[in-house]
Design a binder for this molecule. Sequence first.
Ligand SMILES: Cc1cc2nc3c(=O)[nH]c(=O)nc-3n(C[C@H](O)[C@H](O)[C@H](O)COP(=O)(O)OP(=O)(O)OC[C@H]3O[C@@H](n4cnc5c(N)ncnc54)[C@H](O)[C@@H]3O)c2cc1C
Length: 508
Amino acid sequence: MTGSSFDFIIVGAGAAGCVVASRLSANPDVSVLLIEAGEGASNPNIADPQGFVSLWGSELDWKISTEAQTGATGREILINQGKVIGGSTSINALMWVRGNRRNFDEWAAQGATGWGYDDLLPIFKKVEDFTGKLSPVHGEGGPVCVQPNPDPDSRSDAFLNGAVELGYDGPDWDYNGERQENGAGVLQFSITRDNKRASSAQAYLDPASGRTNLTVITGAHVFRLDTEGSRVTGVSYSKDGQTHQVHVEREVVVCGGAFLSPKLLMLSGIGPAKHLSEVGIEVKADLPGVGQNLQDHLQLPVVYAGAAERPLPTLLTGNTMFVNTRTDRPDAPPDLQLNFTPAVPKPLAPVLNIPVPVGIFLPILIQPDSTGTLTLRSSDPNDAPRVHPNYLSEAADVQTFVKAIDLIRDIAGTKAMSEAYVAEVVPGREADLEGFIRSQVTTIWHPAGTCRIGQDEQAVVDPQLRVRGFDNLRVADASVMPTVTSGNTQAACFVIGERAADLILNHS
Ligand SMILES: Cc1cc2nc3c(=O)[nH]c(=O)nc-3n(C[C@H](O)[C@H](O)[C@H](O)COP(=O)(O)OP(=O)(O)OC[C@H]3O[C@@H](n4cnc5c(N)ncnc54)[C@H](O)[C@@H]3O)c2cc1C
């Protein structure tokens, strides 16, 4: 490959990277190179919606750990991230949540011009092939098949009707519809009509695989963007112990995800000048926001004893609702996603080993006030970055979980729920809630925000996703989110990929 030249080079074949590669290479007149550090998606457990738990911690996972988190009893928390074609969409839990319209309107208000809800809704529709009840806000015939929970064993009428008893809309609330919050319904999943994982690779790359103008290299780790002044001239990568350099004619798009995109920028001299100097990297562009503004979602298990055995669900969860618990911020997007699984999910049964019937509530903190940082450990590309999300450093984030447990207890007390689930087992009525929360929270793998869009000094990319100070370098992935969305993040990453391609094709 050394010496080859391409019109476009895309680094990272994850949620956004596969979308960008597919859309750009639809034009046969341009050449596109997609470089992925992981291998191809041949492992059968990727396609199987029940099989993927076994991939966590495998060679298809970057296995990135946080630094010790003071707010979470000093624990170092493992944040799995996909290292394979499809990126994290090849190992994720398949839930499909667009986010709240207020998330995107906040982005636009903070300087991400063109990223408001009304701007993005047509893209959300374009991405999806929705098999549920169609409405003006859903799309048909798009690349990603999105299904309302296809596993009847993971539906819980007790939970859904319990929420309705409390006054929430439901029990068939479409949270990806006009309004996300204050309703209870089944989760939607990125699963194909023949019950396979709908990853970005399956949905976007496979259909493009016959194109002669699209080159995909796997097992290739990009360790540097090569720059001259304000232009990127190419990328350097290592594969099988050899170093290669490829040239770019038009643009490089970095799609490495919220951890590895800022890492690659910094390895290339693009980032906070003081930090780069500390680790011995020559500064090419002083961008203080690179690696800052790290946000992640946290989850917490709350367990109830079931009145009777139920068949084990094949999916990790099945039911959800979105609530804004922060009464002092009535116009804010929901800060709580509350999932419920009516029995131990089959894929987790061997790991959890709970012999009695239980129902598992999973409150998720989806609008954290706590933000953190990502920095380099050294100038060695093989070193994992230092990830410091500052989990639960803000009191309001602990309060969201306290209010979530209050809500769970209210739902558990309803007629519908109390007939099916008889007693709180974890944390238990006598528990010290703050101690329980801090000791038991863990990531739900949604890092975002480390190369955020904006027009201020801390912004890393402008609203066209161009890295500030460069003519032909963009970032497109979870890192560009100004704030993390209210809900699982993959749908928004597909949309970021679509919008990046559109900006390159139509607005350059
Ligand atoms: C275990 C797990 C469960 C999840 N569950 C859900 C869920 O149920 N629903 C949901 O919506 N979201 C879920 N997510 C989150 C979702 O998958 C991510 O938000 C999304 O995939 C992020 O997309 P991305 O494009 O930013 O990065 P990724 O999809 O992570 O892709 C980045 C890609 O870039 C490659 N790469 C990085 N650096 C380099 C380099 N230097 N050289 C070459 N290649 C490189 C990586 O190997 C990877 O393939 C989950 C994530 C995980 C890990």
